[in-house]
Ligand binder design. Sequence first.
Ligand code: P6P
Length: 333
Amino acid sequence: MEPKTLGEFIIAKQHEFPYSTGELSSLLNSIRLAAKIVNHYVNKAGLVDVIGAADGTNIHDEQQQKLDVLANELFIKALINREIVCGIASEEEKDYITISGINGDNMNKYVVLIDPLDGSSNIDVNVSVGTIFSIYRRISPAGSPVTLEDFLQPGYKQVAAGYVIYGTSTMLVYTTGHGVNGFTLNPAIGVFYLSHPNMKFPPKGKIYSINEGNYVHFPMGIKKYIKYCQEETDDRPYTSRYIGSLVSDFHRNLIKGGVYLYPPTSKHPNGKLRLLYECNPMAFLAEQAGGKASDGTRRILDIEPTELHQRVPFYVGNTEMVDKIEDFIQIYD
Ligand code: P6P
């Protein structure tokens, strides 16, 4: 019988995980739980003042915390409680968090990198936001505390990656290297149902997503690509769609076909997006869905990280659209 819920799916696919001792399944289940809790708070964000004025309970206090700080705490708590993770790196934390386990033996095998609430500035205007996660097996010896090297692994060594999108409906989309599957939350009963099995980019993409407000600061190759997208030909102009929330723009492009670009700008000469907990997980998903992710010259998943919060230029989506961007960068930059 085909698995219908995320829980059933994780169990059914457990045999596909390397070292499948059920730990990765349990880790994915902790992310599932945290996603439901964050969803609850994100959906109430607009009501914070009303709720606070009404009863001022500690929920209000929690609600008053910035939602991304709250999301960070909720995911970290969910991950720590499962005794599987030896370290966590987060967009919200300057340094990585060491988790030595209940008996302090540092025997847990996985590290998780997370952007707990990407695009959170959109919450005030009721635009969808997301959580992005990336999972590796530690490379330092079990029994010793997690090290920075455990987090600075190239993206091709990820064992799982995914995102939660808190939109008109809440979805969890993830891969363990065997394709991409999307699950939609039924909030009435708190269950994620398999709604988008085996997600793939459509063969042709027609959407380009970029903040054209930075146009004057873009490298010449990107300026030329944008004009290429706008040319009147049989398969163009393309459609420009930019939400300002990576998870939302990526998710739409995955379903409809398109490419997301965050090039170098004057404010972010290395690009704005973070390699470890934004670009690598989205790149893993993109490749598993038949797409491509590049920094303009290198495959994102091959980049050897040097810092926890390092930024890279990011182009991700339909393979032939990313190829075209690389061609323009090759010619003009
Ligand atoms: P800009 C959100 O802050 C984010 O990290 C991504 O989710 C989003 O795509 C990008 O930055 C938006 O940046 O400079 O266009 O506002």
